[in-house]
Ligand binder design. Structure first.
Ligand code: SR1
Ligand code: MG
Length: 400
């Protein structure tokens, strides 16, 4: 049994060679580490003919904070398994796992280096026509096939156990639902935002909805979530969209992933106000982001309708009209989680480069005020929406 040790470039190469299955025996291999996420090591290993693979290894602590924040290595097992499960129902939009070793917390993945990380592309003002449609298909397909509509109840309960992910869930429980709404040293916001933050924390109606969203996150094992669908977890190209990094995966409320995704598009929308000076260019980016959100909401709902009509195996859940009320609640949850994502990325620990990298401090502050207010309004008004069009109108009413 292999014993855990964190790799460097040399030991990562030795490990790949010892597997003997990815490159020719006499290949000239090179290796470098380029992980820039919050948690893990990521190496690219390449031969002289440009064949390459990615080796991802979990560290026993959160990389962005250091050894003072220990973190389970089991997240590597969860991540590899979620990719495999999601890949089995939606291979077009899921990164492929080529090999996994739980003891070493190592996963070998296909190299998606021909694509780019969505967050950097959106920051640079580049757009992708299929994005909303592709992400909706990924989220609808993976959530339907891991829900009670499709899975046998015994199998579902076994999977809920397999994907129990308490440490990573605790991070979300703290950072997403608790910290922004209390005084906590992990929070991070400029002092000029203090008054707005204090008002948010005193808004009882808002705190009550946040409590409902957290309660649902804690105890609604509706489907196998990706668990961290921000724009840094998506590779894009002109013709391809691939999801990576589901180490926060667990069985939770279906609305969480789609809400996180739309929240990240809205963070970019607001950031463009502080980034792009030319009004026509800014308008184009804004209308692209809103169209992508609209497509995503509609396609997600339509795909769920199609899949549930054709493939629901549970008898009672086939009752006429049930799917409509079920999906309405999923979308209400999604809008609430979307608002909570905007709030926590503005005043909590983990920010987004879309906003954090705006050089002009006063422009950055204006954007932060907007994301905080938009997040608050989406949380407060999510429950009043009854259709995807209502959700779209709600977003538009607060961004214009
Ligand atoms: C300490 S981890 C901070 C954030 O990074 C991850 O990608 C998750 O979004 C988490 O909340
Ligand atoms: Mg990640």
């Amino acid at each position: 049994m292999s014993k855990y040790a964190a790799f460097d470039n040399e030991t990562a190469l030795d490990y790949i060679k010892s597997l003997g299955q990815f490159f020719a025996e006499d290949a000239q291999l090179s290796c470098y580490e380029f992980g820039d996420g919050n948690l893990n090591l990521v190496f690219r290993i390449e031969d002289q003919a440009n064949n390459s693979i990615i080796l991802k290894q979990a560290l026993p602590y959160a990389r962005c904070v250091g050894e003072s924040w220990p973190l389970t290595l089991d997240r590597a097992r969860i991540e590899a398994l979620v990719l495999q499960q999601h890949g089995s129902v939606c291979p077009a939009h899921t990164a492929s796992v080529l090999h996994h070793d739980s003891n070493l917390a190592v996963t070998i993945l296909e190299d998606l280096g021909h694509l780019a990380i969505l967050r950097s592309e959106l920051i640079a003002g580049r757009t992708f026509d299929n994005l909303g449609y592709d992400v909706a298909n990924y989220l609808a397909t993976t959530s339907f096939y891991h829900s009670d509509f499709y899975l046998d109840p015994q199998e579902k309960k076994a999977q809920v156990q397999t994907f129990t992910n308490p440490e990573l869930c605790a991070i979300t429980e703290d950072l997403f639902f608790d910290d922004p709404y209390r005084d906590c040293e992990r929070n991070n916001f400029p002092s000029a935002l203090t008054e707005q933050v204090m008002q948010l924390r005193q808004n009882k109606a808002l705190l009550c909805v946040v409590a409902r969203l957290k309660a649902k996150f804690l105890s609604s094992p509706q489907t196998l979530l990706h668990g961290d669908v921000h724009t840094g977890s998506i590779f894009v190209g002109a013709k391809q969209t691939k999801l990576i990094d589901p180490e926060f995966g667990f069985f939770g409320p279906i609305g969480f992933d789609i809400g996180s995704f739309i929240g990240n598009l809205l963070l970019n929308y607001c950031a463009q106000n502080g980034r792009v000076k030319e009004p026509p260019k800014r308008r184009d980016l804004h209308s692209y982001l809103l169209n992508t959100i609209s497509t995503c909401l509609q396609q997600f709902e339509q795909q769920w309708h199609t899949l549930s009509q054709k493939h629901t195996r549970d008898h009672a859940l086939q009752a006429a009209g049930y799917i409509d009320s079920f999906l309405q609640e999923v979308l209400q949850d999604a809008m609430g989680y979307c608002g909570a994502e905007l709030v926590r990325r503005t005043i909590g620990l983990a920010h987004v480069a879309d906003i954090a990298d705006i050089a002009d401090e006063s422009q950055r502050l204006l954007v932060q005020k907007q994301t905080l207010q938009l997040g608050e309004q989406l949380i407060l008004n999510a429950k009043s929406c009854r259709s995807t069009d209502d959700f779209y109108q709600l977003i538009i009413s607060f961004v214009h």
